[in-house]
Design a binder for this molecule. Sequence first.
Ligand code: CTP
Length: 396
Amino acid sequence: MWAGRHVVLGVSGGIACYKSCILARRLVEAGARVDVVLTEAAAEFVRPLTFEGLTGRPVLGSLWQPGGALSHVRLGQEADIIIVAPATANLVARVVQGLADDVLTALLLARTVPLLLAPSMNDEMYAHPTTRSNLEELKKKGVALVGPETGPLAERASDRPGRMSEPETILAHAARLIRGGSLNGRRVVVTAGPTREPIDPVRVVSNRSSGKMGYRVAEAAWERGAEVVLISGPTALAPPVGVTLRTIDSTRELEAAVRAELPRADVLVMAAAPADYRPTSPSQSKRSRIDGALAIPMEPTEDILGSTRDQRKKGSVMVGFALETGDALAKGLSKLERKDLDLIVVNDALEPGAGFEKDTNRVALLGRDGSRRILPLQTKREVAEAILDIVEQSLG
Ligand code: CTP
């Protein structure tokens, strides 16, 4: 997403400046060219040299430094996006007034590209009616804001509003802003991870699903502008920025959550790996090992895609997954039909680099219309983008 993009990172003077270093670093790691523009106050918190080291590019701090006067106009018109983090109460006020009394505000006044501000300030400054109306004014003018969040502020241990969003959150919002919103107004429901079925109060039957594939789909769909609900079984993953997370445990709970979401869903991406069997009558007390060998009678769980078919919204797009061990394409095609899907993502668990727990996947995408795409080994994020490209075509 960031490879080859040009980002101007404006930094105004607040203690959150230390997080801007991490933001600059993350952007560079993701492949972006980053030009940092500092206010005089920001340079008191973090020296320009730090940002130069992180970005490998000269830092702009004054209109009067060589190239400064011309750069302030050019940068705000050539970049893909300007991110100002932190945006202090003073910076916000100066932008609202249209001041151009330093290189950052001059650049913002001359800008033609999208702007994202990450406000950060003391809680009383944030609560002040002038700051509130300044932020409202910026929103009305089409400036995007991320945060501030509630958390410990520099001078207070207790949680208060005013804290700058974390670099990962700012990055995700910036990506959503410049990606064009191809799924704007769409509601995308993604299921991810395994389910667990109790054997007794302390033991479960489950599977090796890590949830990685579904989480990457949810993240990519949100970046494309969708409203995203992620229904997740137990995983060790952090929820992607912006998505609404609903956690479930058993296959029955997953079915209930899918059933509740389907009538409003434009897209369902069923990446979860529900347990296919559950113990018929889980024990109410913990079984002891001294009872000897254990045979557990199991019954099949409900087929969620099949049993919730009548809940689907008209014109919605249904995506399923098939993880097979051998003869994957033929088995995938039969599931596409059996489960009445628009697209099925098929992979073979025996192939190197594919399947559960990995960060990569090698899949084939089989469409209801007979289309077949065999993708090379890719990251799960890249596979997510390929799936969503087809989903968008199907939505029309
Ligand atoms: N799926 C489902 N309900 C289940 C099991 C799976 O809706 N109880 C969904 C999965 O999320 C996936 C698709 O159906 O999108 C295929 O899953 P898979 O486990 O391969 O299918 P099964 O119906 O379990 O088929 P089989 O056990 O015969 O391979």
